[in-house]
Design a protein around this ligand. Structure first.
Ligand code: AKB
Length: 312
């Protein structure tokens, strides 16, 4: 018997990852319906498919939307990221935590439902090993965002253990793509730098030149989410969140790579509060568990990513 096609809902669909994930999901043959939601109306998304405004803090409305569209997969992406979260810690905690709990608590009422929820390298703090950070490291984060991700990971494991909710998660590094803009993250510089290439001014980088961070090209990030959602439940042995890695670089190294195409390009280093966050995060990640358990493998390194970002 042919497998029933999926009805998928995205929260935070207008965000950096949501836009890219939507484009990829639309190409999948086993997807019947994609319902895009975001807290604010988005005309571009509404013109191309089903779009509804949805505040994930409104649990009744979330339930109603899932029921009306017979949703069996959710990518719950709505969140406030690390740098923005520091200017409004209560808003970050409320959206990131209550939003996730609404999704998990609703999911336990629906048979055969799957949840994807992104965690982040922000779960690690300065007492975790910084190079090749292991899956099971101390989690003492430095930001409100990181605290919400650590708590969220624990809630995911709890809902899986206690109610059998099929929730799956990865700890994303900084994400880089050209179809959508990031908003409010510490790693946003790695996208903004490309928008500065054609300016007459040098790019003003909010991190120090030698602050190394784990990063990932968007196509890898999107594929990771989809492959994890398609993995056999028995292969997923970690129900908090998987370490995930692709490349690591410093602002100076990405500048050098861009200069191979634009030799006049300059970066000035003017570290602000984001430097403090970045220097509490890992430099590189050990993601062997994801590779061994559900076959994760990245495709893009720094050179490939820069080539695409320059030529898109
Ligand atoms: C951020 O910088 O806050 C995010 C993340 C690594 O979770 N990109």
């Amino acid at each position: 018997m042919a497998k029933k096609k999926d009805n998928i809902l995205l929260t935070g669909a207008a965000g950096q990852l949501g836009i890219e994930l939507t484009a990829r999901l639309r190409e999948q043959a086993d997807v019947d319906k994609i319902v895009l939601t975001d807290i604010r109306h988005n005309q571009a998304l509404a013109e191309n498919g089903i779009f509804e405004t949805l505040d994930v803090l409104d649990k009744d409305r979330l339930w109603d939307t899932l029921q009306r569209h017979k949703i069996n997969r959710i990518y719950h992406l709505a969140a406030i990221l690390s740098a923005s979260g520091e200017s409004n810690i209560m808003a970050a905690w409320k959206l990131n935590m209550d939003g996730l709990l609404n999704v998990l608590d609703t999911a336990r009422e629906i048979n055969g439902f799957r949840v994807f929820w992104p965690s982040s390298i922000a779960v690690f703090g300065s007492d975790a090993q910084r190079q090749n950070t292991p899956q099971d490291s101390p989690l003492n984060p430095s930001t409100a965002y990181g605290i919400s991700k650590v708590a969220g990971e624990q809630w995911c494991a709890y809902y899986h253990r206690r109610f059998g909710v099929d929730v799956r998660s990865v700890r994303y590094p900084g994400l880089i793509g050209y179809r959508s803009k990031p908003g409010g993250g510490t790693t946003d510089y790695a996208v903004e730098i490309f928008h500065a290439i054609h300016s007459d001014e040098p790019y003003s980088c909010p991190l120090q030149g030698d602050t190394r961070l784990p990063m990932m090209y968007m196509d890898d990030a999107v594929r990771a989410a989809i492959e994890l959602m398609e993995a056999r439940p028995d292969d997923i042995r970690i129900r908090t969140s998987y370490n995930l890695a692709a490349m690591s670089f410093t602002p100076r190294e990405i500048t050098e790579e861009i200069r191979r195409y634009h030799p006049g390009f300059q970066t000035e280093y003017e570290p602000d509060h984001r430097e403090e966050i970045a220097s509490s995060w890992p430099e590189s990640i050990d993601d062997r568990a994801a590779r061994e358990q559900w076959g994760w493998d990245h495709e893009f390194d720094l050179k490939a990513m820069v080539r695409i970002m320059i030529h898109q």
